[in-house]
Design a protein around this ligand. Structure first.
Ligand SMILES: [Zn+2]
Length: 145
């Protein structure tokens, strides 16, 4: 779909630090809540969970589970949040359905809180491409093993 940044990433027309490139794309959030924060999207452009087929819904969560496991094995997370903002009243800001996998650690709230309070100012939290690529590589290494 034109004007969709996630479709542009799928088409290789926009930059991303990709972890999985298959039926679903998994890549690093450009303004992560924590190191390892990954987004998973279906290649097909739909805005809402209800527009996915039930196989696609299952597939999306299956990839999310693989990423969550790899984040733990890579030492980037103790636990993870699976977050899906479905619609603008639910804080969806990119209208191509995406599942967030956000790493959590014990006692990380003090570090996360400023990030949560400024969730709508992503430029503040942007990471350099080289940093994101390095994290993507750490996660990929655990997926292949
Ligand atoms: Zn799209």
């Amino acid at each position: 779909m034109a004007d969709c940044i996630f479709c542009a990433i799928c088409a290789g027309k926009a930059e991303a630090s990709v972890v999985i490139d298959d039926d679903y794309l998994a890549f690093m959030d450009i303004a992560p809540f924590a190191t390892g924060h990954t987004l998973i999207i279906p290649r097909r452009h739909v805005q809402r969970v209800a527009e996915l087929t039930s196989d696609e819904r299952a597939g999306l969560f299956e990839v999310g589970n693989r990423i969550g496991t790899a984040l733990r094995e890579a030492g980037l997370a103790e636990d993870v949040h699976f977050v899906l903002n479905d619609g603008d009243k639910a804080s969806q800001t990119v209208y191509h359905v995406h599942l967030h996998v956000v790493p959590r650690r014990s006692k990380d709230l003090r570090r996360l809180l400023p990030r949560v309070l400024t969730a709508f100012a992503p430029p503040l939290w942007r990471r350099r491409r080289t940093q994101l690529d390095a994290v993507a590589e750490r996660i990929r290494a655990k997926l292949d093993g």
